[in-house]
Design a protein around this ligand. Structure first.
Ligand code: SF4
Length: 462
């Protein structure tokens, strides 16, 4: 296997790439992208939009040019069990004249009209790059409209240029904080949680909520998947926050710990091991043998349902290699474990928003020689996939064309997907998709493998 250092890398990017099992300093991460490196990472605005968008009964309006709204429209495959208002891509559609004279009036009129038409529970106003440049006073407008309409109108300081996607997560958390603590908590029981950082992609929050409710735990709010403004208002009454997507929600969880004394735990709902651990850890937190027994029974029941099929697919997938490039580190950890469950190894793994400790953990858990990368670009990813000769690429919408152009199977594990991949049922769906992709004979006929397939055929004939 060629070492990653055999591949030409921009000098400023070198410290963001390491190999598991080899010496080297900490992974350089959490910085703005290197100039000249066409990052796979989204902008600040996109970061805040993807976090807040699944709040279904709120109005979401993008203050900026229409392109920013189109870029993030319906970007998550988030499902709603009720309101559909969130699916609209409202925008002030700023034009040249607005850039010269300011877009404040346009925003105020748009907000008043839309709130009158749709009667939302709250409104989020996202600032984009252009608003940061022309200096519209979005906060002042939000305050005026809130007073006039009597609903929370929250400004999201998410000018695209001012940091990384992670800064967008923070801006989203700061906006949500204004809702927390404003609702009635009187009927919240002692065994109660909030699910944070699960976005109900393909109905995943419903699956997870069902597991917790089956073992006797009350789910007060899902933040933000299938989210409701009223549930978020009272979520400070829950006794524990479970944070799945730590990059997006740790800021809110820490504020709630500080302001309301609600502790939090980082968990993952992807893969058998991590899903089971989330249930056990929660039961242990409440120090209840009864909850723990129920959690054990649920895990045993769910694993028994999926294990025979997983074992059959594992026999076909044993020893195959995957590349993983996702937004957050916790999802990367889960994917490394889930791939092991079905017999596969991870040969390349990277994230858009991981921190130094996350990368240390990836170095520890991955096999020696695994390439670990922060804030990668298409050229690097393509080269790493070819160098490691992977059978599968797991990523999101921006990674799909890289995989297909190289003739590599692809599995979408990002927020655009329409398949439930969380929980035990999600593990089965994930394994089915991986198996179908990796074992498809089509990959033997793409240029990078065609030579080897031809030789095998010749050998079989002789
Ligand atoms: S970088 Fe700026 S212009 Fe581009 S989508 Fe983000 S906010 Fe809009």
């Amino acid at each position: 296997m060629p070492a990653s250092t055999d591949i030409a890398i921009l000098p400023d990017r070198a410290a963001s790439i390491v190999e598991a099992g080899s010496a080297g300093g900490p992974v350089k991460c959490g910085k703005g992208s290197v100039a000249g490196s066409v990052s796979q990472r989204a902008c600040v605005f996109c970061g805040s939009r993807v976090v807040l968008y699944p709040i279904t009964d709120a109005l979401h309006i993008v203050h900026g040019p229409i392109g920013c709204a189109a870029y993030t429209w319906d970007i998550r495959g988030a499902q709603s069990s009720g309101p559909q208002l969130f699916r609209n891509a409202f925008s002030t559609d700023l034009q040249e004249l607005d850039v010269i004279y300011g877009g404040e009036q346009k925003l105020e009129h748009a907000l008043l009209d839309l709130i009158a038409q749709h009667g939302p529970k709250a409104a989020f106003v996202y600032s984009t790059c252009i608003v940061g440049l022309i200096g519209d006073d979005v906060k002042a407008i939000c305050k005026r409209v809130a007073a006039a309409t009597n609903i929370p109108v929250l400004s999201v300081a998410s000018e695209g240029f001012k940091g990384t996607k992670k800064d967008g997560y923070r801006a989203a958390c700061e906006a949500v904080q204004h809702l927390v603590g404003t609702g009635d908590t009187s009927d919240i029981g002692p065994h109660s949680i909030n699910l944070m950082g699960d976005f109900n992609i393909a109905g995943e929050s419903w699956v997870i909520r069902d597991y917790f409710e089956r073992i006797g735990i009350q789910v007060v709010a899902t933040i933000t998947g299938d989210g409701r403004v009223d549930a978020i208002r009272r979520c400070h009454g829950a006794k524990l926050n479970l944070v799945q997507c730590s990059g997006s929600m740790t800021h809110l969880a820490k504020s709630m710990e500080q302001d309301y004394g609600v502790p939090f735990k980082r968990v993952s709902f992807f893969g058998i091991e991590d899903m089971a651990a989330a249930l056990y850890e929660t039961a242990r937190f409440f120090d209840s043998p009864e909850l723990l027994d129920k959690a054990r029974a649920l895990v045993a029941e769910e694993v028994a349902k999926i294990m025979p099929q997983l074992s059959a697919w594992r026999a076909d997938l044993n020893g195959r290699k995957a590349a993983v490039y996702v937004g957050g580190a916790f999802k990367a950890f889960s994917l490394v474990r889930a791939l092991r469950t079905i017999g596969m190894t991870t040969a390349v793994v990277g994230t858009q928003t991981g921190d130094a400790e996350d990368y240390d953990q990836l170095r520890e858990m991955c096999d020696p020689g695994t390439i670990i990368v922060d804030d990668s670009n298409p050229l690097e990813l393509a080269k790493f996939c070819l160098a490691q000769d992977v059978d599968l690429f797991i990523g999101g919408v921006k990674e799909r064309p890289i995989a297909y152009k190289l003739g590599i199977g692809f599995c979408d594990h990002n927020h655009e997907r329409k398949e439930c991949l969380a929980g035990f049922v999600g593990m089965l769906n994930f394994a089915r998709e991986v198996h179908a992709t990796v074992t498809s004979p089509v990959w033997n006929y793409v240029p990078r493998r065609a030579g080897a397939a031809h030789l095998e055929l010749e050998e079989a004939r002789s």
